[in-house]
Design a protein around this ligand. Structure first.
Ligand code: HEM
Length: 132
């Protein structure tokens, strides 16, 4: 490959890159938890101290979006369905979670295509978390 040879190149970008990195996920989760904190359906499922869960969710989403594997380094394999087993998640809980996450997403400055893939992911995955 010479200096003006571009080589082989495909335009591949991750959601992580598109949103500008880690800070986006931290802020998204911050906005989401603001809604969870006052939600009568969801708040009882969450522990007293919301801080560790916030950090785990932000790290997971950043990793899933194509960022560094910090979540797995700290927490191991995600095994999301298994990790949600202790919490009774029915249609009502699933729907409340999705509504708040989509509101949080809409409060962020994010392009329509990124918002669309993230919304689709949240809707599908939240359904998989249902266990009651
Ligand atoms: C897209 C769907 C979802 C994703 C990606 C997701 C992701 C996560 C992650 C990464 C954690 C932290 C796991 C760990 O300890 O390392 C977590 C915890 C938790 N999730 Fe979810 N979750 C989803 C849906 C839901 C739904 C639908 C509910 C209930 C309505 C829920 C309730 C909880 C609760 C109660 C915790 C524990 C928080 C804590 O320990 O502080 N999640 N979730």
């Amino acid at each position: 490959m010479t200096q003006d040879d571009p080589g082989l190149n495909l335009e591949v970008t991750t959601v992580y890159e598109r949103v500008g990195g880690n800070a986006f996920f931290v802020e998204l989760v911050e906005q989401f938890y603001r809604l969870v904190e006052v939600d009568p359906v969801l708040r009882p499922l969450y522990p007293q101290d919301l801080k560790p869960g916030k950090a785990h969710l932000a790290a997971f989403l950043a990793q899933y979006g194509g960022g560094p594997p910090q979540y797995s380094l700290d927490r191991g394999h995600p095994r999301l369905r298994q990790r949600h087993m202790p919490f009774p998640i029915g249609q009502t809980e699933r729907d409340a979670w999705v509504v708040h996450m989509i509101s949080a997403l809409q409060s962020m400055d994010v392009s329509a295509d990124v918002a669309a893939v993230m919304t689709d992911y949240f809707e599908r995955t939240a359904t998989l978390m249902m266990n009651s």
